[in-house]
Ligand binder design. Sequence first.
Ligand code: GDP
Ligand code: MG
Ligand code: ZN
Length: 430
Amino acid sequence: MPRNTQKGAKNPSKGEKEEEVLIQAEFDLGLIGHVDHGKSTLVKALSGKFPDTHSEELRRGISIRLGYAIADFRKCPDCEPPQCYTTSKTCPNCGSESELLRRISFVDCPGHEILMATMLSGAAIMDGAILVIATNEDCPQPQTKEHLAATEVVKVDRIVIAQNKIELVSEEEDLKNYENIKSFVKGSSAEDAPIIPISAMHKANLDVLIQAIEEKMPTPKRDSSLPARMYVARSFEVNKPGTRPKDLMGGVLGGSIVQGELHVGEEIEIKPGVRKEIKSGKFEYVPLITEITSLSAGPKIPLEIAKPGGLIGVGTKLDPFLTKSDSMVGSVVGKPDTLPPTVDELNLEVTLMERAVGTAEEIEVKKIKIGEKLMLNVGTAATVGTITGIRDGEAQIKLSRSIVGEKGMKAAISRLLKRRWRLVGYGNIL
Ligand code: GDP
Ligand code: MG
Ligand code: ZN
């Protein structure tokens, strides 16, 4: 395996340590599954950090939104698989120095049923996912089903299943649960996913899990010549109260690049941008144009060039008032005049699931009706729309908040069922 070097790093190799610290992650790995099945514990076991405690600014929002952490997957040159796979620099078996395979960025989704919109924003930036299933509970639980359905909607098809809390059950129970998982995933995108028994709490069998991830989820080929596109998942104002005007930093956008590259110094456009009253009572979104003043991987690693993989912080010359308190979440960033249009109406080719799977009792999905309100997730944007027309599986939707969208993009569709948004299907934008 080639070493993972990143020419975007500002101060490349001044010695081993620095080189390895200053690289960007190359793969966004999601953690999905039912609440309390051990997603955050697994991230902690692999990264050494409980997700959410990454940095002050990132933490504030992400703890209720998406957890974030990084880990290096490494391989010992002197040991056989699976023992050779580790996250530590020194091989736990033989003491040799391990080699870096790749840096992974975790997107830890909240498994709570009320946080599906957040889960769907996270799914939009995943390259692959670990479906965590606790072996001491019946399978499947509601969000086990709903999260798997969500990854199918947004086409995250690289999946590895972690059968967690394995130390809590007998061998027979374990086998029975394994069979349940097998029959649950039959016919789904995870049908052939490896099922790895682990204990996240006791860090047991994580080498086998890493091996499965390395073998089943190669980093997708990134085409750096495609126009840059970043989905904004966070935005902040980083100035402390009382900062003098000349020392004020511009607004910061946090998100993940889904294609292309961003460079320090380059001009970017942010859409939909800000909502302005153009005539009395008539509002329109006006895109923002600004310059990238800094780039960083996570909060700490400075970059000159940012690529897909992991959360990126983009410093800009924007008035920080515009970016504070996540106000830019759901926006799309790219070079001026390369982004899809801002729309306040969509035509969708709709595919509905037979049943909404997110509640203990599955609910039959009824046909969409004119006048009903649905939640749509497109990229990291969430918006509510009202159905204004339906014909032959095509729905016309008037959006309450504009989004950036174009033909071919997917929209996850959720409906209010028992007072919660539940995933009921998806639409292809026409
Ligand atoms: P999440 O909601 O999926 O992120 O679940 P957490 O990671 O927060 O874990 C939920 C609970 O399960 C916590 O009390 C963990 O300590 C516990 N837990 C996680 N992994 C294991 C495991 O492998 N074995 C046991 N016995 N408990 C675990
Ligand atoms: Mg968690
Ligand atoms: Zn070794």
